[in-house]
Design a protein around this ligand. Structure first.
Ligand code: SF4
Length: 383
């Protein structure tokens, strides 16, 4: 059973045979074809057409079912994916990352502590290993491990409805992963409806391991288990995973607020940008590495970059004035100059007018277009 298109659905409706009730509009759509297209996109219920056959209803029930099942391991959801490509909609649940620790080996508890301690923060999110899988763990060991979070045994993992994709070579494993996802999503093949995982046994070459695991995160492992634990490997994979599993329709964004760098006081310089994560981090990194205290006012712009925000009217003079009022910047600092991104130079005058209209006392200075030129720009300000 493959995914149903509008045209395939249409074949089961009166309109395709020019039968009685063709385009009768009882479903609320102008034509049977319009109804079929909406049904394919899951925007309408099949019961809206009183003349839909039992066969069509059965096919639609299958069409609506999630192609891949979702299961939970230590509170982490895996599977539930329903597209092949992120841009079609979005991926749903991140590839879970588990570390396998063999408790028959000495030092297992130290290893467990290391995994527990691992944490990186990226785009306001704390990223950690999802769970630890204990190998050869008896009751006594499980009792000892009880003080740690998210522990499961290898035996328990083996009991779960999962498909292991390991094959003798990298290429064969990839083909298995792709075949499984394609069969689940496109063919709606029940045999491939369970989440898929790859188990990495101990490997000498961590770089090769990182390259393979990265590929499997992109296509299409729902879970990766590693016998090796290395902080740099994990940081790389977590970073990639965070990027792959963001919703492409929702840009990465940071909180709109005033950020502080190098202990600023009331006389420190003030920069401004939007809450698009990439812009924010580019500017924040520069400000952090300057030997100058500064503020960065980040305006709410639905995660759009400065020029996109301006063209989509998410960075308007009024919004800037409102943001400054909301953050009460005027009473927090004596500095009266705000440095805006060079790309918004054309807004200088209207920004100043709107700020004045709002009863605020700030001048606008046009900064650099590129973040990497901020250091020279600040040097030229002779602070
Ligand atoms: Fe066609 Fe059924 Fe809608 Fe009538 S109710 S227009 S038959 S889809």
């Amino acid at each position: 059973m493959t995914e149903l298109s509008g045209l395939q659905i249409f074949k089961y409706l009166p309109g395709s045979k020019k039968a009685e009730h063709t385009n009768c509009k009882a479903c609320g759509c102008a034509t049977c074809m319009a109804f079929a297209l909406k049904l394919a996109k899951k925007q309408i219920d099949v019961t809206n057409c009183p003349y839909a056959s039992a066969e069509l209803k059965e096919k639609i029930a299958l069409h609506l079912k999630d192609p891949q099942k979702t299961i939970e391991i230590c509170g982490v959801k895996i599977g539930g994916e329903n597209v092949l490509y992120r841009h079609e909609k979005t991926f749903v649940n991140r590839t879970a990352v588990g570390i396998v620790i063999d408790t028959a080996k000495s030092g297992w508890e130290e290893q467990l502590q290391r995994v527990e301690n691992f944490e990186i923060t990226r785009i306001d999110e704390k990223l950690k290993v999802d769970f630890v899988v204990l190998k050869n763990a008896d009751n006594e060991i499980m009792h000892k491990a009880g003080k740690y979070n998210n522990i499961i045994t290898l035996e328990e993992i083996k009991q779960l409805p999962l498909i292991k994709a390991n094959a003798p070579t990298f290429r064969e494993t990839i083909l298995r992963l792709i075949f499984a996802r394609h069969s689940a999503v496109k063919e709606r093949d029940e045999k491939f409806a369970n989440p898929v995982y790859v188990y990495f046994e101990h490997q000498e070459d961590l770089r090769a391991l990182c390259a393979r695991a990265s590929f499997y995160i992109c296509k299409y492992a729902n879970m990766l288990l590693f016998e090796d634990f290395d902080e740099t490997l994990m940081a790389t994979l977590m970073t990639l995973r965070q990027n792959i599993f963001t919703d492409p329709q929702k840009p990465l964004q940071v909180e709109a607020k005033i950020y502080e760098f190098n202990n600023p006081d009331e006389n420190s310089i003030i920069f401004m940008t939007t809450n698009f994560a990439l812009t924010f981090y580019a500017v924040a990194n520069e400000l952090e590495s300057l030997n100058v205290p500064s503020y960065l006012v980040v305006t709410p712009a639905e995660g759009m970059s400065v020029l996109t925000a301006w063209s989509a009217e998410k960075f308007t003079s009024k919004m800037v004035a409102n943001t400054l009022k909301k953050f009460d910047l005027q009473n927090k600092v004596k500095t009266r100059k705000i440095i805006i991104p060079g790309l918004l130079a054309h807004m200088k005058q209207e920004l100043e007018e709107e700020i004045k209209k709002a009863g605020l006392d700030f001048e606008i200075t046009v900064g650099t277009i590129e973040a990497y030129k901020i250091a020279d720009f600040v040097k030229d300000m002779n602070l």
